[in-house]
Write a protein that binds this ligand. Sequence first.
Ligand SMILES: Cc1cc2nc3c(=O)[nH]c(=O)nc-3n(C[C@H](O)[C@H](O)[C@H](O)COP(=O)(O)O)c2cc1C
Length: 225
Amino acid sequence: MILLHIDSSADTADDSVSRRLTDLFATTWRARDGSAEHRHRDLCADPVPVLTPAYTALGRRVEREGFVPPAKVPALIENAAEEREWDLTLPLITELLAADTVLLGVPMYNFAVPAALKAWIDRVTFPGAYTDADTGENLLRDTRVVVLMARGGGYGPGTPRESFDFQTPYLTAYFGDLGVAPENLHLVATELTLAGLLPHLAGHEDLAADSFAQACAAVTALAAT
Ligand SMILES: Cc1cc2nc3c(=O)[nH]c(=O)nc-3n(C[C@H](O)[C@H](O)[C@H](O)COP(=O)(O)O)c2cc1C
């Protein structure tokens, strides 16, 4: 079993709440099966480069050909810039395809996901990479995706800023469209992480502690099954 653990917080492990949650998941998950493989990708320490025109040109050429498996993409590369883009992209695709479980730590930045994670999403979502060229079946249908989100404020049902949560609908739509089965996609949020810091959140410290405790319980349960 392979766990692909991806963090995207700009904060270090000491300060980041999403990193604490992904660490809890990974530690619990490893304790279950000592032979399991844990791969960690830190998108802040090791950023994925944003796309260039060579990536999009290669992607269009691949799309014109229909379902081209990654192994056949090199035959469609026309220049050094496209080769460089493919060299940056293929390892990410291979890593995602190999994972049984993908664990994502996702802070809320400006109501959405960090640019570091969006850069990974844009690059790894290469045309045809997740479709079996022979059968047309999606190669991620059995992959489990666990998304652990951290937000400074509160966005729960009935709160004034409920509609400002663009993380949950975006990541649900993205992974669903990528082919991850709905029953294999799990999103957990811890909220009010800035309650002890921001004056307008003063008095919400207990709610923040409850939210974190509930998230930890959900993470432990997900990692143990
Ligand atoms: C650049 C930036 C933008 C942020 N934008 C929001 C936001 O839109 N809404 C919010 O509730 N918190 C926001 N926050 C606060 C973070 O979501 C919060 O600190 C969270 O705990 C970050 O995750 P981390 O602890 O794993 O780094 C922002 C923080 C940063 C650094």
